[in-house]
Design a protein around this ligand. Sequence first.
Ligand code: HEM
Length: 522
Amino acid sequence: MTDTSPTPPTNPSTLPSEHFLNLPRPDIIIGGGGGVVDTTTLAAHDFDVDTRTGFMPPDPPIPRLPKQWEPWEKVLEQAMERKLQLAIRLDFSSEEAEKSAAWRAQVRELPTLSTHQLASSEVLLRRAHHVLTYIMHFYIHTLPLTDRVLVPAPISIPLLRVSRHLQLPPIATYSDTVLYNWDLHVPHRPSADTDAGVRVLGEGDTSICAPALNDIRSQDLFTGTLDEESFYLASARIELRGVEALDLMRATMDEMFVGDDIAVRRITLYLARLAEVIHELVEILMDVRKGCDPDFFYGSVRPWFCGQDADPAGRVWEFEGVGERMVEEDGEGEGEQLEKPEDLSGPSAGQSALIHALDIFLGVDGGGTQTHTPISTTTQAQTHAQSAENPNRDALTLLRRMQIYMPRHHRAFLRHLIANPRPVRGLVEGGDHPELLDAYNSAVGAMKAFRDAHIRIVAIYIVGPASRQRADEAREDAGGMSASMREGIRGAALRGTGGTPLVQFLKGVRDKTAEALVPTAP
Ligand code: HEM
């Protein structure tokens, strides 16, 4: 009798060794020769998608840079310890203003540290991007709203360089707040390198497994609160739970190559399971309410994320050092000219490659609207050159623009997926397989349920608090702020962190998802 039971998709060891999800990446050595092996890439491959932790690295990201870059770590630590407050808060006192001004003076006095030795390690570059962008957000969002935004050279110059290496914009991204900002509650392995806090994975060591959803915590927080941490961890848990979804996608695509009746039956089971997994993602999303208070989130957490396009005073963000010819002793930037950054939207879970991957896999992209057409993994400068060639820059839809803010390996992963356009949907539409069609529709329906739930979350966390704050402001003198400034803040709030008209955009994406349902035969 033929065995029609599906191959278990959750065991990475079942992957063929040549499968793209199993391709080894060259080890990255930290600190040049004689450094420590970058454990987060050992089990990964060209797309940095791990079979156990998906888009998150399989080992916790390093919590601190080596001593050479300690001044950055120290100044970030001080901002967190001193609990600096947002300048837009209605209760922003003169003591708070003085405290943050003193901290900003320290930032301006930092030495401009070399990034030369960071460039050899992806792990160090990630931590450097995280630390420098957090310092920058602290710096900008504690500035009085009437001040010019000028990121000082000791931060802007290394940040622009690190960002260029990573091909990321010089602003906090989802990878800074979620993907590379977690640790285990109890370290599962003693640190082998006390300097950098990097763990060493012995050769052939298979003991690392995915962390349980509740075993993780965040590393750095703007507010030091459980509310902020719960917000990040909701996304992190979705990423971890989403690993099974990635595996089901992988298994489905493998079966697509076979394409016989048994393969169709297996794909049907995978899609039905995928629907269940996505429904679990909905539950995790809704669970954010257990630890994160909506009004606190709206008034005290979310404003830290604002990018230039949601700046409460509509200011242009300037970066010291841009356009100047660099002259440096270690030769790092000799003659180099740093480019003015163009993409300055704040972090958003919309930058999660997981949700984009699910959409692409299921063919949820409005069939031709190119919502998910991936941008190339080339440099940002090239990306801009491409959009400059395009007379209508708006043709780069918001979701597509979000890919600019993803780690470049994850962009490459999406590009790989899209290179095989909507294979599952084609199979569903092209054949007479009613059970397959039902399973496919259940997975698409689950994605729609995710977006319905997400719209509810946005109503709870943004729309509701915004209208409550409006009522409060009507009662009080809003800290002496001008009416136009208050209006600016509100306008920014009801746009996404990416600067989009919020509810309208989210409903549009939800409706596109529903349109992907394939009609059943009468
Ligand atoms: C309190 C929790 C959350 C809030 C307040 C929230 C808010 C938002 C906002 C305002 C947007 C609009 C785009 C932007 O400008 O950023 C957005 C988009 C998006 N968010 Fe969230 N979000 C939350 C949690 C999550 C989580 C946990 C995920 C999944 C990892 C997620 C996934 C997405 C996606 C994929 C988009 C793009 C639109 C779409 O594909 O439907 N969000 N979110």
